[in-house]
Design a protein around this ligand. Structure first.
Ligand SMILES: Nc1ncnc2c1ncn2[C@@H]1O[C@H](COP(=O)(O)OP(=O)(O)O)[C@@H](O)[C@H]1O
Ligand SMILES: [Mg+2]
Length: 321
């Protein structure tokens, strides 16, 4: 078992090589991963965001079409790739099996499908292995220039933890040989707080806050990493003071007044949950506003990216003082 996490030295989030964005389903992981990607690109880093769920449509947020396992440019210095286990295993085996006819023979007979089905955790290992490959200064697949920063739009908490543990699991199964060695490289990269930062996303509601606190405990116990940054997403703005809400409540509850009262009650409840999270977490927290738009597109992502950039800069300044 890895030892307990020691607090990593305060450091710029974008100085890591990998940001692993996770949290409860629906809290805004994909949105935050994209906004972080834009913020990093704006800071001049060559950045790629990896989607691990084929149903995600990150590129559509940017109006870019893609053919899956391909690195596509979304904006200057910002690319995206959708990583699915089938493509990842195919690429991995192509790199391992140097003799093309041998590869073709195995592939034609679907031996890989059998191999993958019979090996639990393999899908997670090859997926995280591809993420690792993208983050290497010296890429195995010499298709593109190396990236400065890789951002993973990771699955929800439980599956994300399994993914972070996959290299260790494989090191135990394959006790010697190339798979053991490669799993070792991936593991040391993933579990090093200097290279990898876990970014938790939550909304300021009871269940997502609980899940974030659980994630932190599990991360420390199972992976030996702490959460580097928590983003509280979709926070309701506090439009009214307590006194103003009191005045509104006394009015006839016509629709717009009712809406204002409901919104302010929501923002009060969120503030309580936010406070609980910050207090129990004792780790850096940044919040992003709820955007009252029909849908989130390029402009909204830029807005969120700017907020992230300025809050991250402010945090660094505070640490430096
Ligand atoms: N700050 C925000 N303001 C308004 N809507 C948001 C915000 N963040 C995310 N959303 C919307 O919430 C939904 C879920 O967000 P998404 O990023 O897909 O979550 P996840 O990846 O965690 O499932 C999407 O429709 C997204 O556009
Ligand atoms: Mg998502």
């Amino acid at each position: 078992m890895p030892g307990p996490a020691t607090a990593p030295p305060p450091k710029d989030l974008f100085e890591h090589r990998l940001l692993f964005v996770t949290g409860k389903g629906g809290v805004g992981k994909t949105t935050v991963a994209a906004a972080l990607g834009l913020a990093a690109a704006h800071a001049g880093l060559r950045t790629i965001v990896c989607e691990l769920d084929a149903r995600e449509r990150l590129h559509s947020l940017f109006n870019v079409s893609t053919r899956g396992f391909e690195e596509v440019e979304l904006a200057p210095d910002l690319s995206a790739i959708a990583i699915d286990p089938e493509h990842a295993i195919e690429e991995y085996l192509l790199l391992q099996i140097k003799v093309r006819p041998v590869y073709d023979m195995l592939f034609k007979n679907r031996v890989f499908d059998y191999f993958a089905a019979a090996t639990p955790g393999l899908a997670e290992l090859v997926t995280i292995g591809k993420v690792w490959e993208l983050a290497q200064p010296d890429r195995l697949t010499k298709k593109t220039k190396p990236y400065d920063l890789v951002i993973v739009d990771a699955p929800a908490t439980g599956h994300a933890l399994a993914m972070l543990e996959a290299p260790e699991t494989f090191k135990k199964i394959a006790r010697v040989g190339p798979i053991h060695r490669q799993a070792g490289y991936i593991q040391s990269f993933l579990h090093d707080p200097a290279t990898t930062a876990i970014v938790a996303v939550a909304t300021a509601e009871e269940m997502p806050v609980n899940e974030t606190l659980d994630l932190r405990r599990e991360l420390i116990a199972r992976v030996g990493l702490d959460i580097a940054l928590t983003v509280v997403n979709a926070l309701e703005p506090e439009y009214f003071t307590a006194k103003e809400i009191g005045i509104l409540r006394k009015e006839d509850q016509i629709a717009p007044i009712e809406a204002a009262v409901l919104q302010s009650e929501r923002s009060v409840r969120q503030a309580e949950q936010y406070e609980r999270l910050a207090k129990e977490l004792k780790r850096p927290v940044i919040d992003l506003p709820f955007l009252y738009e029909k849908s989130i597109g390029r402009q909204e992502l830029n807005e969120l990216a700017d907020k992230l950039s300025s809050d991250l800069a402010e945090q660094l300044e505070r640490v430096a003082k």
